[in-house]
Design a protein around this ligand. Structure first.
Ligand SMILES: [Fe+2]
Length: 260
């Protein structure tokens, strides 16, 4: 028994669909209630759906009873503030798990490479059901920022950089691909992130929006890539040395997946 997965995500692990006309909408994200939640980078989150409807962002498996990243409960205070964003999350029609707006402060390419991680969306997800993937709807206009995707965290040749202008919409198998955003702006970036269960509803939604499963990355100076990789490697080594010193190192050698 395996999971139900979408063929459209087989090849590259992501699908970029037609952009949404973001500029026609009010900036609902500016009024949401945010909670501090350490993710990849300097971030805060505004939950629209959480494990049990509370204003918090913890992984669904960290609750009692624990559950997989499905059947999110809408957070009344925030969905009242952001009916359009909530409607967009509903529009797909698939089972929704975590749904939240992320606020990300500007960072560097090297920061983003250090932040590359895979998600743990499918913890507790029963085999035979739909694989959990995530949609990213960019809300602010960040044409010079990119979602960095890599099949192999340490191999820049596997990297794709997806530009993030307002309205950009990408569905990503975030448990397969390493991902992090390089946000080159001066103001925070906002993005609606939703966990969806793979199945006919999500497939139909993607298919109706001209999915592209390859993206030509904007040019980036090879020297910046080299230095970014080097910097990330050094920071990881320093972190591992520090945790070894404090005896808190994970000696199983297993990669720890992020909840972000
Ligand atoms: Fe993530």
């Amino acid at each position: 028994m395996t999971y139900v997965k979408l063929p459209v995500l087989d090849e590259s692990g992501y699908a970029i669909v037609d952009s949404y006309d973001q500029n026609a909408d009010p900036r609902e994200w500016e009024n949401l209630v945010y909670v501090d939640w350490k993710s990849s980078g300097d971030t805060r989150f505004a939950p629209l759906a959480s494990a049990y409807g509370d204003m918090e962002c913890d992984g669904f498996w960290n609750h009692t009873p624990a559950k997989t990243d499905k059947d999110g409960v809408w957070v009344q205070e925030n969905i009242d503030i952001a009916p359009i964003l909530t409607g967009r999350a509903h529009e797909v029609g698939a089972n929704v798990g975590r749904c939240r707006v992320i606020e990300l402060q500007p960072n560097t390419y090297a920061d983003a490479i250090y932040n590359l991680h895979r998600d743990d969306n499918n913890r507790l997800n029963p085999e035979g059901t739909g694989w959990i993937v995530r949609s990213f709807y960019n809300l602010t206009d960040n044409p010079d920022s990119v979602m960095i995707l890599r099949e192999d965290r340490d191999d820049p040749s596997t990297e794709t950089r997806v530009p993030l202008p307002a309205g950009a919409q990408v569905v990503i198998d975030t448990q397969r691909l390493y991902h992090a955003v390089w946000h080159a702006g001066t103001e925070p970036r906002y993005c609606l992130i939703t966990s969806y269960e793979s199945g006919p509803e999500l497939d139909t939604w993607i298919s109706a929006r001209n999915p592209r499963t390859r993206c030509e990355s904007p040019h980036l100076d090879p020297q910046i890539i080299l230095e970014g990789n080097e910097s990330a490697r050094n920071k990881r080594a320093a972190r591992e040395a520090a945790s070894a010193k404090s005896n808190s190192v994970d000696t199983t050698g297993m990669e720890v997946l992020s909840e972000a």
